[in-house]
Design a protein around this ligand. Structure first.
Ligand code: ZN
Length: 489
């Protein structure tokens, strides 16, 4: 650096202003083309700050660096997590948000810990008198697409001539479903051909905006097959794509952020993100568990599903939800589908219309209280259903096409055997499997059957996903999806 810190910052600010002015002009000129994009070029740096010699000075330096960042914090952040570790020659100061969703927060914690680990590994051979620092700060966005996005900005500093100087900056974004808390991939957010569209869009945009300033080989960053098009965040306005410093413009310009508005992405981006990527071409099974929630066995089943990264549907009895709402809440957080299995498990066909309505609506309310969302599917107890029940319930009634008889045998082996037999004979694609979440034997069977199904190439889906992806249908209120429905052929 030949300029001082203050001059450098001033220069950057002026450059940025000039760029904004020029951008505005360009946008005016090219209104006929689809482009209204926000270009935001940011440089983060701590030039000019003396190096630190003690933990106290280190903390001062770090808080000075963080105080200069001004990243988006649109979503209400529930708090902040930090990893601060002072050391010689290596120190870290990492900040990341607490979202309040346990699945998302666990994911972010993992990311932060690997950032720290990788940093120690990368610089493990530096001399004692050297000084390196890894900083991480974040932006957080909430979109109308049932997603939140977290952007982590990492900065490496090195002591050069008695000052801490930024030597590297990296930006990585992560998108999470607000329903399941799980990380989302591009295909869950966009329609299948989004890469072609985005690639072309960015190509046009960069050519218009930056012309001669583009670095050589920048096209590689936006090519359809590359990994870089995965680095985007969903904001309240559009999809914001990030590019590492030096890949589109000169390194001194910092990272490049381009936002494509949702209006331009119409037809390319999904209305709402799908919680899981499901390939309609591959076989799928829906496991269903009735009669819960019941903590001991229910949590054992959930542990297994969580460990294998899969989902199932739980048809819950309302009064059990009232007793054990935390189990139902956990199911929802893990992306399970939760259905209505009446309030007290009667034969609904024996009840009067008014009683049926009360059994159903009380349960819907209880599930809403536990999870924040009303269930959309009903499984009538004992599969006992007629026109009166369908009309009174006014929900889609879901039966099954594989009965494991787990309530009768109470043996894990028998449950596994029933399922494997169907697979041998007709295959399980498109099937809805009936089990109950209140037996130890069923939990044990789940632990065997889930990895086995995955090995056989099955996708495990919820009932709603099965209807959508295998049967191409949206469940209708008052309609019966009976014993003859869930057969793929
Ligand atoms: Zn039942």
């Amino acid at each position: 650096m030949t300029t001082t810190g203050a001059e450098e910052r001033k220069r950057i600010r002026e450059k940025r202003l000039q760029k904004r002015k020029r951008n505005r002009k360009l946008i005016g000129i090219s209104l006929c083309i689809l482009f209204i994009v926000v270009a935001c070029i940011t440089i983060i740096s701590c030039f000019g700050d003396d190096t630190y010699r003690s933990e106290k000075e280190f903390k001062e330096h770090v808080s000075y660096c963080f105080s200069k960042n001004d990243y988006h914090r649109v979503k209400d952040v529930q708090g902040e997590n930090t990893i601060i570790a002072y050391g010689d020659p290596l120190s870290v100061a990492l900040k990341y948000p607490k979202t309040g969703n346990s699945v998302t927060d666990a994911y972010l914690k993992d990311v932060a810990e690997s950032v720290q680990e990788d940093f120690y590994k990368e610089y493990d051979d530096v001399e004692d008198e050297e000084k390196y620092l890894k900083l991480m700060d974040y932006a957080i966005y909430e979109s109308p697409k049932s997603a939140i996005s977290v952007v982590l900005i990492q900065e490496d500093q090195q002591k050069i001539d008695g000052e801490m100087v930024t030597i590297d900056t990296e930006v990585h974004s992560y998108n999470f479903s607000t329903k399941t808390g799980s990380v989302l991939t591009g295909v869950q957010i966009f329609n299948t051909d989004y890469r072609e569209f985005v690639s072309e869009y960015l190509q046009n945009y960069f050519e218009k905006m930056y012309e001669q300033k583009l670095v050589e080989g920048y096209e590689d960053e936006i090519k359809v097959s590359g990994d870089t098009l995965n680095n985007f965040a969903l904001t309240d306005y559009g999809a914001s794509f990030f590019f590492q410093p030096g890949t589109i413009l000169d390194k001194e310009e910092g990272f490049v952020q381009v936002e494509i508005p949702y209006t331009d992405l119409d037809g390319t981006i999904r209305e709402d993100v799908v919680s899981r990527a499901i390939d309609p071409e591959r076989p799928m099974v829906a496991l269903t568990y009735d009669d819960g929630p019941y903590p001991k066995t229910g949590n054992r089943i959930l542990d297994c599903l969580e460990k294998n990264g899969v989902v199932a549907t739980f048809f819950e009895v309302g009064k059990n939800v009232k007793n054990f709402p935390e189990v139902t809440k956990r199911e929802a957080e893990l992306g399970m589908e939760i259905g209505n299995h009446s309030w007290s498990h009667p034969e609904l066909t024996d009840l009067k219309k008014k009683e049926i309505k009360s059994e159903i609506s009380k349960t819907n309310e209880e599930i809403k209280d536990a999870t924040g969302e009303f269930p959309t599917l009903l499984r009538p107890p004992y599969g006992s259903v007629d026109d009166k029940v369908l009309k009174a319930a006014d929900m889609p009634a879901i039966l099954w096409s594989v009965d494991t008889l787990d309530w009768k045998s109470r043996k894990a082996k028998s449950v596994v055997k029933v399922i494997k037999k169907v697979e041998e004979k007709d295959g399980l694609d498109g099937r809805v499997v009936l089990m109950h979440s209140i037996y130890e034997s069923t939990a044990e069977a789940t632990e065997e059957i889930v990895p086995w199904l995955l090995e056989q190439g099955y996708q495990l889906v919820t009932v709603s996903e099965m209807l959508e992806y295998r049967y191409d249908t949206e469940p209708k209120d008052g309609k019966l999806y009976g014993y003859d429905y869930f057969y793929a052929d």
